[in-house]
Design a protein around this ligand. Sequence first.
Ligand code: SAM
Length: 274
Amino acid sequence: MKTSELLNRYQITLKKSLGQNFLSNPDIAFKIVEKSDVKKDDTVIEIGTGAGVLTEEIAKKAQKVITFEIDLRLKPLLEERFKNYENVEIYFVDFLDFDLSKLINYGNLKYIANIPYYISSPILEKIFFESPKFLYAILMFQKEFAERIMSKSGKNYSPLSIFVQTFCEVEKVLEVSKSNFIPSPKVDSVILKLIPTEKYTKIMTPQKFMKFTHICFSQRRKTLKNNLKGINLKIEDLFDRINLNHMIRPEEVPIEKYIQLYKMLEEKLVNDKI
Ligand code: SAM
């Protein structure tokens, strides 16, 4: 049954405040799962079940789908839709409040979701800071947000770009035009595959590094040196040691330089409890 018919049948009107733009085209859900290469021993976590279009496609392939939906109005619809799927477990809770360590015993964890865009950053932070080890996260984002994640310099470059690219390999999976959703949002969407890499988690704490990059970008138009003055009075010396121009602005600094700077300042950041 089409998503719109299903919603009419259960008399559900979608709420903008919950980021409810549901996939109306099941072909997109099929494509996402096909490109995700879901295997039969995978446990897939989905954030935002909606009417279950993507959930159902994942459930056809994975050993288990654990899906989160905050809107209790969708409960009757989803319970009916998945009554014959023993591998679908639906939690009607706020994903951001869920204790992800409960999922530690599942093997081959993967995230696949068309997430509620209004909490894209908190969802990413939760997955990276709290999730048990996972193989990848294939997530749909607003196009602009995906561009910020992938950016290497300039106006879209931000702590988000630096953080994600430091701890993950990022691949663009698919662009999805707004006409594939109900209601149709104002902007197009992009699906990214984020594959965690262990290269830097071994040498620095992601949360600390994230805080550090926020300090670096605290005043985007000022120089990086200025933004870091509060942490280290001899910041010029550190800049010289890694050949960094004193006048450079945060959006012009490559990721490797942020990592080098962080490593040099780490002890001070930890002592100051920053
Ligand atoms: N996966 C469905 C699809 O592709 O059609 C729905 C996607 S819709 C963009 C996002 C869904 O996330 C909505 O159903 C919304 O109610 C739900 N949602 C919003 N905030 C949430 C939260 N904090 N925790 C869990 N689900 C949430």
